[in-house]
Design a protein around this ligand. Structure first.
Ligand SMILES: [Zn+2]
Length: 317
């Protein structure tokens, strides 16, 4: 009897446990179904979103390409006008306009050398349409090949130095020189064939140079100096050879011999007479800029075997 009762209790307990397990299982399964439901909804949303983005991307690219092709055709009709307005002596080049978001962006140069087509973004094109074709003094530096770099610069009338035109040239010269962080610039380099040069070696630049370089090259800080109608006199006829570069021959460098010490005399930006003796690196800068006023570039004086592309190593990486 006791045994039967015990058995019944055990069976009851076992059924209860089984029931509990079933309830738990059902509840667990129910939760999992809920989770799966939620996950499938999220997945569906993500899929819809990705399809939407993909479609949107394809449509954007197609529209951009169509727009670019239309603009390219449109701009070719203006290309001769643009080129002719820029110079009278350079053969007209077709201008290809790039959309700002175009995949065909030029990373190294705005000009495609292989096709001889000047690459210009649509924004640049619109800017040019609104502001007009730039005229000297330029806010950029003319590059080798430009006839202005090979012409003999003309002397400035002393009474014109404080006039608005010459003052604008001087102001632009200093602005461009500082923008490019170069230590000297001449007026022909910004498209003005006048005998004006600027020179400045900032202290910050000197501090960034190694002591060995300062000593070897004779680097020294020079405040901003403007020379109008400068004349150069050699004080020490010995020459030193160092690698130098020029903003008008962008990306290259070569060893050039220069006199050790020189004296420059002329007028400053206020038309006052100035005389300055320089040696070491400032003497090199002066000789380099004086050459520009005579249509001479460093490549005319260099040791041609030392002529290098300053990024030649990067091409092998
Ligand atoms: Zn130069």
């Amino acid at each position: 009897m006791l045994h039967s009762i015990c058995r019944l209790v055990v069976i009851n307990e076992a059924e209860q446990v089984v029931q509990n397990i079933e309830i738990e299982t059902i509840s667990h399964v129910h939760d999992r179904v809920k989770i799966y439901d939620r996950r499938s909804i999220l997945l569906t949303h993500a899929r819809i979103k990705s399809y939407y983005l993909l479609t949107y991307g394809i449509i954007t690219v197609l529209v951009a390409k169509a727009f670019q092709s239309v603009m390219f055709r449109h701009c070719r009709t203006f290309s001769h006008y643009i080129s002719k307005s820029q110079t009278n002596y350079v053969l007209p080049k077709p201008v290809r306009i790039l959309l700002p978001w175009s995949t065909f962006t030029c990373t190294t140069s705005p000009r495609s050398h292989s096709t001889n087509i000047k690459m210009r973004s649509y924004l640049q094109y619109m800017k040019r349409k609104v502001k007009g074709v730039p005229a000297p003094p330029y806010n950029h530096v003319c590059q080798v090949g430009d006839p202005v770099l090979r012409s003999q610069a003309a002397a400035v009338e002393p009474r014109d130095i404080q006039g608005p035109e010459v003052q604008k040239v001087i102001k632009t010269l200093v602005k461009v020189m500082r923008k490019l962080e170069c230590v000297g610039l001449s007026a022909p380099q910004i498209g003005v064939p006048l005998k004006i040069l600027a020179l400045e070696y900032p202290k910050k630049m000197l501090e960034d140079s190694s002591i060995a370089s300062v000593e070897a090259r004779g680097l020294e800080a020079v405040p901003l100096m403007i020379f109008v109608n400068p004349q150069l006199r050699v004080l020490d006829g010995r020459t030193v050879i160092f690698q130098e570069a020029c903003e008008s021959i962008c990306g290259f460098s070569a060893s050039v011999p220069r006199y050790l010490s020189v004296e420059v005399s002329g007028l400053n930006e206020k038309a006052e007479p100035v005389r300055w003796q320089a040696s070491g690196w400032p003497a090199r800068i002066l000789q380099h800029e004086m050459d520009h006023l005579n249509g001479v570039l460093y490549i005319d004086r260099m040791d041609s075997k030392t002529f290098i592309n300053v990024k030649w190593e990067e091409y092998n990486e």
